[in-house]
Design a protein around this ligand. Structure first.
Ligand SMILES: Cc1cc2nc3c(=O)[nH]c(=O)nc-3n(C[C@H](O)[C@H](O)[C@H](O)COP(=O)(O)OP(=O)(O)OC[C@H]3O[C@@H](n4cnc5c(N)ncnc54)[C@H](O)[C@@H]3O)c2cc1C
Ligand code: FES
Length: 289
């Protein structure tokens, strides 16, 4: 267990816990979602604009469980919500996401939610650190921040230039964009965490939001923690039920369920768990990350 709470005013943070959804039964019902629009964000990520009568407006960080007949039900972060239309941005990685990619405007899918906790957006100057499609909840957070006149930096890492996501949207929200690609085709060559030292010396951040591969997020929150900056990470764990009964997504030893108490957690909480080291496989076996 890594208790590193001496760097923070833990008492103050615990008095203001991560906001999370009122888990009324209406969130568990499937609603039919009509695809109004489809946008290719990159060769592997496609956004779908859904007209779905959700029981509440999704907040940045929350997710939907998305289902197609004869497929698995998969969790997807909300990447935007405006005028009653909810956007999800789906990376094609396997059978279900491949089927979703084939859907066209006018087609339907089924969704439950919105589920889980969301980002607290009460600081002033933010560092957003995204790895790949982890940018989905962050660009929605950037939009919400810009609406309340807040700004910051959007640092994104991807395999190559064509997989960089939401650059223009982040700029339109008033965020300065910093890029890294693994093959050096755009921005700095390397991974997004290679840019952290430079960013911390150039800017004074009040708060950090991150989403992407778990090892990446661990590095981000640890670096932030060492500098006394409050961070929140949106986690991705293998989900089965999506509403807290199967234990598939649990973060030990605190027993936090990513689908109920998460997916957004703060750094104080995460550093007391196995975050960044262990997770559960689809069969429930504990495995090293
Ligand atoms: C809270 C949360 C938010 C997410 N947001 C997004 C998003 O915005 N965009 C996006 O493209 N993807 C997102 N994902 C990941 C997405 O759910 C998986 O990529 C998807 O389930 C893959 O399904 P598949 O059948 O196409 O591929 P599979 O071949 O079944 O799996 C491919 C990969 O996805 C993982 N995966 C499969 N099923 C699940 C599941 N039920 N729960 C979690 N991971 C799974 C597998 O471990 C594997 O690494 C999110 C996951 C979580 C937990
Ligand atoms: S997915 Fe079942 S408890 Fe979280």
């Amino acid at each position: 267990m890594r208790d590193t709470s001496e760097n923070f005013d833990t008492k103050k943070i615990l008095q203001s816990p991560q906001p999370s959804a009122t888990r009324g039964h209406e969130n568990f019902k499937f609603v039919q979602a009509k695809i109004e629009k489809r946008v290719d964000e990159s060769p592997s990520v496609r956004s779908f604009y859904l007209n779905a009568p959700l029981p509440s407006d999704p907040k940045p960080g929350q997710f939907l469980m998305v289902w197609l007949p004869n497929s698995e039900e998969v969790p997807m972060s909300v990447s935007g919500h405006e005028g009653g239309i909810t956007r999800i941005s789906v990376a094609k990685v396997g059978p279900t996401t491949e089927k979703i990619h084939k859907l066209n405007p006018g087609d339907f899918l089924w969704v439950r939610g919105p589920f889980g906790s969301w980002f607290k957006l009460d600081a002033n100057f933010y560092l957003l650190v995204a790895g790949g499609y982890g940018s989905a909840p962050l660009v929605y957070a950037a939009k919400a921040l810009s609406r309340s006149g807040k700004k910051g930096v959007y640092a994104i890492g991807a395999k190559n230039k064509s997989e960089l996501l939401f650059l223009d949207e982040a700029r339109d929200c008033g965020f300065e964009v910093f890029i890294s690609t693994e093959d050096g085709s755009s921005g700095r060559k390397g991974v997004v965490t290679d840019m952290l030292d430079d960013l911390f010396s150039k800017f004074k951040f009040d708060s950090i939001l991150t989403c992407g591969p778990e090892k990446m997020m661990f590095k981000v929150i640890k670096e932030g923690f060492n500098r006394g900056i409050y961070s929140q990470a949106s986690l991705e764990r293998y989900m089965k039920c999506g509403f807290g009964i199967c234990g598939s997504c649990v973060l030990d030893p605190l027993g936090l369920r990513v689908c109920v108490e998460g997916p957004v957690f703060d750094s104080i909480t995460l550093l007391k768990t196995e975050f960044g080291s262990w997770r559960r496989s689809p069969s429930g076996r504990r495995e090293k990350i």
